[in-house]
Design a protein around this ligand. Structure first.
Ligand SMILES: CC(=O)N[C@H]1[C@@H](OP(=O)(O)OP(=O)(O)OC[C@H]2O[C@@H](n3ccc(=O)[nH]c3=O)[C@H](O)[C@@H]2O)O[C@H](CO)[C@@H](O)[C@@H]1O
Ligand SMILES: C=C(OP(=O)(O)O)C(=O)O
Length: 437
């Protein structure tokens, strides 16, 4: 297990380019299973989760050719379905969450799909009902082996239908869309998730020959096709990285330019940071964050305390709430952070409190933060990263804090942020990766 050692309180300066989006990469890489033809994907982030997924496809028999570290050719013309029952499959597939999205393509193309307990962040209950109810609506038979925690779907015949999803699940929608793309007849999905990840997946599927209408909305119409062809696809910049860098600049009082940020795909993210008092200038597709001595959290129009809450797209992504929480600790003013979707994502506030932050954890979903207005710096501390986004929030806290911090369990951060230490060093951060034996 490695850890980061960080000497905090240093202003950063310079340019940083976001990696390709982790959550889009996981979707579009699973989509290569829909065709026997070659699919080339570029701007793939070189991160643990994505590399594990590529390795999983490879051992399933998909030809993978890494043209560069960030682009890869895939050809799923000889998928080994027997492997899906093996111990090795279970081990590899459960090392991440996104691999659940191999199920939709496998079901539609081969009539069966299996999956063990998915991995990913332990941030509360993360049910998969939406995925399987959707598959069942398309005609699949579902079985759950509770002893082994093993999910099976099989179908001899599937047919398009209307379905209203019980919740706008991101990976659930992706799975159902991919299955419907190759299912005869018309499928209508209402209450579909429509994050940029899904919009990108749908655009990719269309370029593979799928017939999809309503992309970007919560009402998708899919006319199943018999087969799909190869394509080339480029992954968007990672909006969660963009948000993390905006927060990092504000918290450390640094002047940073985020290059090629994919601004038109950021939705309400820039607006939400502006309501936290953070100044930003948009220059073409770059975001320039000037050095700010302080930033003041807005109130609502009636003067009541601001709430930053997550919601399915086009609402604010839950994956940035930990970053909003951490930057609020040094803002002027107060804010209620309301993490509606996940029930165990806010417990890391204990660590921020140890560092000197003023936070009241009201319940597992809500934390009130009373900003210190940079009058008292946070103190360096020994920290452990409980999940990917809390990990990056603690990293931001450590960069801004007085003195030295260590962050353990950085595998969580590496799961989603490409060479983060090296990229931050280029901005002047004193961050060192230390191998712990
Ligand atoms: C690999 C991947 O892409 N992971 C993302 C994906 O996970 P994932 O697809 O697993 O998350 P889901 O969208 O299924 O659900 C996330 C959580 O929100 C709840 N929920 C969801 C929709 C809704 O309308 N109401 C509601 O309460 C669910 O019960 C669950 O607890 O989407 C999440 C929500 O954006 C992100 O945090 C994850 O980073
Ligand atoms: C929760 C996340 O990832 P995963 O769904 O892979 O656990 C995330 O990216 O913030």
């Amino acid at each position: 297990m490695n850890c980061f050692e960080i000497e905090g309180g240093i202003r950063l300066n310079g340019e940083i380019t976001p990696q390709g989006a982790k959550n889009e990469a996981l979707q579009v890489i699973c989509a290569v299973l829909l065709t026997s033809e070659k699919v080339t994907i570029s701007n793939i982030p070189d991160i643990v989760d994505v590399n594990n997924l590529i390795d999983l496809l490879h051992v399933m028999g998909v030809k993978t050719n890494r043209v560069t570290r960030n682009s890869c050719e895939f050809q799923a013309d000889n998928v080994n379905l027997e492997f899906l029952q093996s111990k090795e499959f279970k081990k590899r597939a459960s090392s991440l969450r996104g691999s659940i999205m191999i199920m939709g393509p496998l079901l539609a193309r081969f009539g069966k799909a299996y999956f063990p307990k998915p991995g990913g962040d332990k941030i509360g209950r993360r049910r998969l009902d939406t995925h399987f109810i959707g598959f069942e609506k398309l005609g699949a038979k579902f079985n759950f082996d509770a002893q082994d925690i093993f999910y099976t779907v099989e179908a001899s015949e599937m047919k398009g239908t209307y379905m209203l999803l019980d919740e706008a699940s991101v990976t659930g929608t992706a799975n159902i869309v991919m299955a419907a793309a190759l299912t005869p007849g018309k499928t209508t999905i209402y209450n579909a998730a429509c994050e940029p990840y899904l919009q990108q997946l749908c655009r990719m599927l269309v370029s593979m020959g799928a017939k999809i209408e309503g992309i970007g909305s919560n009402l998708l119409h899919i006319e199943g096709v018999k087969q799909m062809n190869g394509c080339q696809h480029q992954i968007l910049p990672d909006m969660i990285e963009v948000g993390s860098f905006i927060g990092m600049a504000a918290m450390t009082g640094s002047e940073i330019t985020i290059k090629d940020a994919g601004i038109k795909h950021l939705g309400v993210i820039p607006m939400a940071f502006e309501r936290m008092g953070i100044k930003m200038e948009i220059k073409g597709d770059d975001i320039h964050i000037p050095a700010q001595e302080s930033y003041e959290i807005d109130t609502f129009i009636d003067g009541s305390i601001m709430t930053i809450a997550d919601a399915p797209w086009p609402g604010l992504t839950p994956d940035l709430l930990s970053v909003f929480l951490v930057i609020a600790t040094q803002a002027k003013g107060s804010v209620l952070i309301h993490q509606k979707m996940f029930e165990s994502r806010l417990f890391f506030v204990d660590k921020l409190i140890d560092m000197g932050a003023r936070i009241i954890l009201c319940d597992p979903h809500r934390a009130t933060v009373i900003g210190l207005n940079k009058e008292n710096m946070l103190r360096g501390a020994k920290l452990t990263s409980p999940d990917i986004r809390a990990g990056v929030a603690l990293l931001i806290a450590a960069l801004s804090a007085k003195g030295k911090s260590t962050i353990q369990n950085i595998e969580q951060i590496d799961r989603g942020y490409q060479n983060i230490d090296i990229r931050l060093q280029k901005l002047g951060a004193k961050i060192k990766r230390v191998e712990v034996h």
